[in-house]
Ligand binder design. Structure first.
Ligand code: ATP
Ligand code: MG
Length: 221
């Protein structure tokens, strides 16, 4: 019997997940399937530099755990929320590489908005060296602007079912007393209701007066 060894393929889905919704799940699952990923690890951001206020990390972590628990290929990592200070994608990718060694191939999964932002930084090359990027289509963002040739095959665009859903909209809906059923998994809906999250804007919010210094974020501040 021959044993064909294949390099493990690890997907990484970064985000604030405030809260996680089915757009994130569809994006991750579609990337997993299209790229034959063995696992997708969701990494809720700790103190994101780009947002002034976010819900407490433990709440966002719990919601992400609840949302992903039913998929044996999904897991959630605490590496960003357990780290002090702002989050840098490059640092996270390097930490994951250190942790896993040369074993797995890393795939960083993003929606169209996030990839457009990342690749307009002054120096995306270090990021693209650390992982292959998978950019999923997202309503309202035009991936046609991406010059894929410029990135030497390190960025792939995937078409996913269009879901015009955002965490911003879900937070607004909860605040206004409108339903979020079917926009988030039922367990997430139940937990948001039970904990009273988002009813008054960001009740569990921590103020983040964080300004990015050094790290991967070298441009477009
Ligand atoms: P917010 O409105 O607070 O920015 P969000 O819905 O954009 O929330 P994030 O946590 O910012 O969610 O996004 C995490 C990742 O998921 C990003 O790469 C983002 O582009 C992607 N993503 C989020 N929603 C969708 C969606 N509906 N379709 C495709 N990709 C998505
Ligand atoms: Mg976003």
């Amino acid at each position: 019997m021959t044993h064909e060894s294949r390099r493990r393929r690890l997907g990484i889905m970064g985000g604030t997940f405030d809260p996680v919704h089915i757009g994130h799940l569809v994006c991750a699952e579609e990337a997993r399937w299209q790229f034959s990923l063995d696992e997708v690890v969701f990494i809720p951001a700790g103190n994101p530099w780009q947002k002034r206020e976010v819900t407490a990390a433990e709440d966002r972590y719990l919601l992400t755990m609840l949302a992903t628990a039913g998929n044996p290929h999904f897991s959630v990592s605490r590496i960003e929320i357990d780290r002090q200070g702002p989050t840098y994608t490059l640092e996270t990718l390097r930490t994951l590489r250190q942790f896993h060694g040369d074993g797995p191939e890393l795939f960083f999964i993003t929606g169209a908005d996030a990839v457009l932002e990342i690749l307009t930084w002054k120096d995306p090359d270090a990021l693209l060296e650390a992982a292959t990027f998978i950019a999923a289509t997202r309503p309202g963002y035009d991936l046609g602007k991406l010059d894929l040739g410029r990135f030497g095959g390190r960025v792939s665009v995937i078409e996913i079912p269009a879901l015009a859903i955002s965490s911003t909209d879900i937070r607004r809906r909860v605040r206004e007393g409108r339903p979020i059923h079917y926009l988030v998994p039922p367990q997430v809906d139940a937990c948001i209701a039970e904990r009273g999250l988002y009813r008054e804007g960001l009740p569990g919010a921590v103020s983040l007066a964080v300004s990015p210094q050094g790290g991967a974020r070298t441009g477009a501040e």
